[in-house]
Design a protein around this ligand. Structure first.
Ligand code: AMP
Ligand code: MG
Length: 273
């Protein structure tokens, strides 16, 4: 088993496993103890991901879907910026999901997500996702309990259908501690350049911290499948978070091993004057 495969095994949630988030150390850095080395590693992963995406695009048969979830300030935007900063804008799409619009609410909860999925050859990133419909929707009782209960299986079936149609799925929960979130929210209040990110509504969600953690645990338990696994990423240290996610994305693309297509002609068939 390579180092990266061992790393994937460490952070991947096995089907049926019950993760206790309070026992998962969000601040762990033993895997990437040196900040500079971790940042340099992320740079290399980012460059490799770009090269692999080029092959994925040329092959034009499969897509990679990266789902990012985490509480407010968990670092979803920062992870995308670091891990995909070398990926050609032509090859990647990012979709952020906020409160659903009137039109989105008039459809099933997967409708808006399905429309945002990557076409073959692309990497699609979801910044929040259909999982909000078993997280914030559950915690704030926005739909009846039995509707939530049905959704776990509906999500698994939806994701299975996607993988059977050529989309490889990776799901990352960015796990931060409550203390780290306090610090990051305070930074948003204090730093004039970050103030625009501060949303007083985030404080309301913070009051429901334990209920959110419970909802995340249920989601991880019910929806980490062999075809669309969840990973719980220690995310208090940004450089650790980026290096782990980067290495898993790169390894997954390498395992997909996309290839440049053969052409049906010989070089000598053409003379370009
Ligand atoms: P942000 O990611 O900071 O732009 O915030 C987006 C907000 O939209 C978060 O508070 C999410 O919880 C909320 N949100 C996302 N999806 C849903 C959903 N399906 N139903 C209700 N709220 C949602
Ligand atoms: Mg927010």
């Amino acid at each position: 088993m390579s180092d990266t495969q061992a790393l994937i095994k460490k952070f991947r949630v096995k089907p049926g496993e019950r993760v206790k988030l309070r026992d998962e150390d969000a601040g762990q850095e033993s895997i990437f103890p040196d900040k500079d080395i971790a940042k340099a590693a992320t740079d290399v992963f980012a460059k490799d991901i770009n090269k692999l995406q080029d092959r994925l695009y040329a092959e034009n048969k499969r897509a990679l879907l990266v789902v990012l979830q985490g509480t407010d300030t968990a670092g979803k935007d920062g992870t995308i910026t670091s891990v995909f900063r070398e990926t050609s804008p032509l090859g990647v799409s990012v979709t952020a999901f906020r409160q659903p619009s009137e039109e989105e609410l008039a459809h099933d909860f997967l409708w808006r997500v399905h429309k945002a999925l990557p076409r073959r050859g692309m990497i699609g990133i979801l910044n929040r996702s259909h999982y909000e419909d078993v997280l914030v929707v559950k915690v704030h009782h926005l739909v009846p309990k039995d509707v939530i209960e049905q959704r776990y299986e509906q999500i698994n079936a939806f994701e299975k259908m996607l993988t059977e149609n050529g989309t490889v799925i990776l799901k990352f929960m960015l796990h931060i501690s409550k203390g780290e979130q306090k610090q990051r929210l305070q930074d948003r209040v204090d730093d004039p350049n970050k103030r625009w990110k501060f949303n007083p509504g985030d404080l309301k969600d913070r009051e429901h911290w334990d209920e959110f953690q419970d909802a995340y645990e249920t989601m991880l338990h019910r929806c980490s499948t062999p075809w669309a696994p969840w990973h719980v990423i220690p995310a208090d240290k940004k450089w650790v978070r980026d290096a782990i996610v980067g290495s898993i994305v790169k390894e997954t693309l390498e395992e997909m091993n996309p290839s440049y297509p053969e052409v049906s002609w010989k070089k000598s068939d053409f003379k370009i004057s």
